[in-house]
Write a protein of this length. Structure first.
Length: 89
């Protein structure tokens, strides 16, 4: 579950061909895990791969068309949100 409150801002490194790669601030990088969730500009995605402070997530064609994710390009800053944890409550 997400709160709807942006917790950090990341930068798109690569976008297109059904995936997006985002460079994230050090503050949230340790909380990302392959298979975990992250919201990018309000769209919930699943982290497919994680390398250092960068994660890659798949973006379906339908998601790209119906959200702003299909218009993202390298260098664009995006709002990031992590799901709530029990200890956040």
């Amino acid at each position: 579950m997400f709160t709807g409150i942006t917790c950090e801002v990341g930068t798109v490194v690569a976008a297109g061909a059904g995936a997006i790669t985002v460079d994230v601030p050090e503050g949230i990088a340790p909380r990302l895990r392959p298979g975990g969730s992250v919201a990018v500009n309000g769209v919930c995605l699943t982290v497919r791969a994680l390398t250092g402070r960068r994660f890659t997530a798949d973006v379906s064609g339908e998601t790209a068309v119906r959200t702003t994710l299909g218009k993202l390009r390298p260098g664009v800053r995006v709002n990031l949100e992590l799901p709530l944890r029990p200890e956040d409550g």
